[in-house]
Write a protein that binds this ligand. Structure first.
Ligand SMILES: [Fe+2]
Length: 298
């Protein structure tokens, strides 16, 4: 199982698409634009093999439509079986032929309505040459939660993910060897906390951050190196309100990884990462986290 893409709704996808392509560094997918149910939807890819990472559908207000994982038919069946065992209705099969990569699968709602989607049979595309300042694929998605213990247990027990680490305010879960694909963070309301894009290395994170600054976008948090996952980071708030992160060197773990507890992740006063130099604009980040809630279930 692998984190594949995120699907958003928001007003003025034309300007948001231009930002994600020209400033953030994504590329048009094939197709780059489609009209689904009468709404324009744009698709953007990274330099890796995934058909798209980031999609935006024109809508009156911002929301997260889904966070999508790609897996084998057997992996999807296992998730579906756990969904049923948890007492929820069996997920209905959906076809995604009108999206780049196609495939089929199902959508389910998490503990507080977090919209997850599982896809199999989706195509891969030709990777682009590695570039030192462009995103390769998604690294992780973080949701805000009002009940972290419940949200964490749902992802672990129903989706079948593995808890990698817990801090005083966050829980990190994995679905493959990457330290975390999903994390849940304590907050006053549920919604999207941020989305991270994987870069080639630390230099790529820095060069990407430099491009953002060239375009007039200051770093909202970073540069730094996180505790859990040990990944390098720089966070930005996009003009359309989503918080996104360049990251690199995230830790690979296996079954021998010892799940960390809050007492394993403490810093000296004022410090919020391994390096101790990251500046964090708390007010701006907390404000941005209120932008993308979850679209009501259809
Ligand atoms: Fe992150």
């Amino acid at each position: 199982m692998k984190l594949r893409s995120i699907e958003l709704e928001l007003p003025d996808i034309a300007s948001a698409t231009t930002f994600m392509r020209e400033v953030w560094g994504l590329y048009d997918s094939t197709p780059a634009l489609s009209n689904i149910g009468g709404s324009n939807t744009s698709y953007l890819r990274g330099t890796g093999e995934l058909p798209y990472l980031w999609s935006m559908r024109e809508a009156a207000s911002p929301s997260v439509r889904s966070v999508s994982f790609s897996g084998t038919a057997a992996e999807l069946e296992a998730v579906s079986a756990r969904v049923v065992a948890s007492g929820m209705a069996a997920p209905r099969r959906e076809d995604y032929a009108d999206e780049p990569g196609g495939g089929h699968g199902f959508s389910i709602r998490g503990f507080e309505g977090q919209p997850y989607r599982f896809i199999t049979g989706d195509a891969r595309v030709q990777a682009m040459p590695m570039q030192d300042d462009k995103p390769i694929e998604l690294s992780h998605v973080v949701f805000n939660t009002q009940d972290r213990a419940g949200a964490m247990a749902w992802v672990r027990d129903v989706l079948g993910f593995t808890l990698s680490d817990e801090t005083r305010i966050m829980s990190f879960l994995r679905c493959d060897e990457i330290h975390h694909a999903i994390a849940v963070a304590d907050a006053k309301s549920v919604g999207l906390n941020h989305v991270a894009f994987d870069m080639r290395d630390t230099d790529a994170v820095m060069k990407g951050a430099g491009r953002l600054r060239d375009h007039g976008h200051d770093i909202a948090w970073g540069p730094g190196r996180h505790g859990p996952g040990n990944n390098v980071f720089s966070y930005f708030v996009t003009p359309f309100g989503a918080t996104i992160e360049y990251t690199a060197e995230v830790q690979r773990v296996d079954a021998n990884y010892r799940t960390g507890r809050p007492e394993d992740w403490t810093w000296p006063p004022r410090r919020n990462d391994h390096w101790g130099i990251a500046v964090r604009d708390n007010a701006r980040l907390h404000d941005a986290e209120k932008t993308f809630g979850f679209k009501a279930a259809a």
